[in-house]
Design a binder for this molecule. Structure first.
Ligand code: SF4
Length: 289
C-alpha cells in the first residue's frame, strides 16, 4: 500500500517545548514534577511521561483544587502549566500551592491571552471562537475581565447581548474558513469589531496538508491523535469534508487491516500532540499491507 504522510504530521513547536520544559525537570532529578491537568492532549505520550516521573494532577479542564502530599524530605516539587494555558485566577491558585511554578503555556496561546487582556483593559468585550469546555478557551476567558463569550456558530453570535466594542479572537486550533465567516458575521452585527486571526500556524499547516493529501490522490485518510485533542478532531472532520473515508485513531492497534485493504493509497496525518512513535507505527503497519 502506498502511504502519503502529511509533512506537518505530529508535534508542533508548542507541544515540543512544553514536553522539553517538563522533561528537563524530571531528567535533572527534580521531583515530584507535576502538571496541572494533561500537559498535552495525548494519552499515550502522557503515559510515557509518567514513566519518566512526571505526574499529572488536577483535572482535564484545570479547574479543580489539587490535593498533593506535602513534600517529603529531599523532595523539591515543581508545578508545570499545560501547553493550553490557564486563566490568571488559576495561575494565582497554582502559585499559592507553595511549590515552584513553571509556565509551559504555548507562546502562541500566550499571544492570544495578551491580545484579550490588552483590549479588555480598554473596555472591549471579547468574543472567542472556540469550545467553551476546552481548557484553552477556559483559560482565555479568564483574561476578559468578565466580558468574554465563547461562540461556535452564527446562532451563538445572535444570542449575545448588544455589544459596543468587541475584540474577536479564535482558539488556536479552530478552522480557518469558519473563523473568517463568523468574524465577518460579527462585524456586520456589532458597531466596532477588532478581529485577530489567532489560529496558530501549526494548525493552519496541518489543515492545509489534509487538503493536499486529498489532492495528491489519497483514497482515505488516517488521522492519528487523542480523541480529546481539539486539533486532531478538527483534522478528522476536515478530512471528512474532502469526502474521503476518514479513520481517527489513537494507535495502530485500532487500524483494521481488512478495512484498510480496500484502498491502495492512504493519506496519514496526525495532530499537533501526537508523538512520532505512534505515527511511525501506523505508517509501518499500513505500508506492510
Ligand atoms: S497547536 Fe498551536 S497553539 Fe497549540 S501548542 Fe501547538 S503551536 Fe501552540
Amino acid at each position: 500500500m502506498k502511504v502519503l504522510r502529511a509533512k506537518s504530521a505530529g508535534f508542533c513547536w508548542g507541544v515540543e517545548r512544553a514536553i522539553e520544559i517538563t522533561r528537563d525537570y524530571a531528567h535533572q532529578g527534580r521531583k515530584p514534577v507535576y502538571t496541572d491537568g494533561p500537559l498535552i492532549h495525548n494519552r499515550q505520550m502522557m503515559e510515557k511521561l509518567s514513566e519518566e516521573g512526571i505526574r499529572e494532577v488536577g483535572d482535564y479542564q484545570s479547574r479543580a483544587n489539587i490535593a498533593v502530599n506535602p513534600a517529603a524530605p529531599g523532595e523539591n516539587p515543581v508545578m508545570v502549566v499545560r501547553a493550553h494555558g490557564i486563566s490568571p485566577e488559576r495561575r494565582n491558585y497554582l502559585k499559592s500551592l507553595g511549590m515552584d511554578f513553571k509556565d509551559a503555556t504555548c507562546p502562541d496561546v500566550g499571544i492570544i491571552a495578551g491580545k484579550i487582556r490588552l483590549h479588555a483593559k480598554k473596555g472591549y468585550a471579547t468574543i472567542i471562537f472556540g469550545d467553551k469546555n476546552h481548557p484553552e478557551a477556559i483559560g482565555l476567558l479568564g483574561y476578559t475581565e468578565g466580558r468574554g463569550y465563547c461562540i461556535t456558530s452564527k446562532a451563538d453570535i445572535d444570542a449575545l447581548p448588544a455589544l459596543e466594542r468587541v475584540c474577536m479572537v479564535s482558539q488556536s486550533t479552530m478552522f480557518m474558513h469558519e473563523f473568517a465567516e463568523l468574524s465577518e458575521y460579527a462585524r456586520q452585527k456589532f458597531k466596532e469589531v477588532l478581529v485577530f486571526d489567532t489560529i496558530c500556524q501549526a494548525t493552519k499547516d496541518r489543515q492545509t496538508d489534509v487538503v493536499a493529501l486529498a489532492r495528491q490522490g489519497a483514497q482515505a485518510i488516517v488521522v492519528i491523535g487523542g480523541h480529546h485533542s481539539a486539533n486532531t478532531v478538527k483534522l478528522a472532520s476536515l478530512a471528512r469534508l474532502q469526502n474521503l473515508p476518514t479513520y481517527h485513531i489513537e494507535t495502530a492497534a485500532e487500524l483494521s487491516p481488512e478495512e484498510m485493504k480496500k484502498f491502495t493509497v492512504i493519506g496519514v496525518t496526525a495532530g499537533a500532540s501526537t508523538p512520532e512513535f505512534l505515527i511511525s507505527e501506523v505508517c509501518a503497519k499500513l505500508e506492510a499491507l
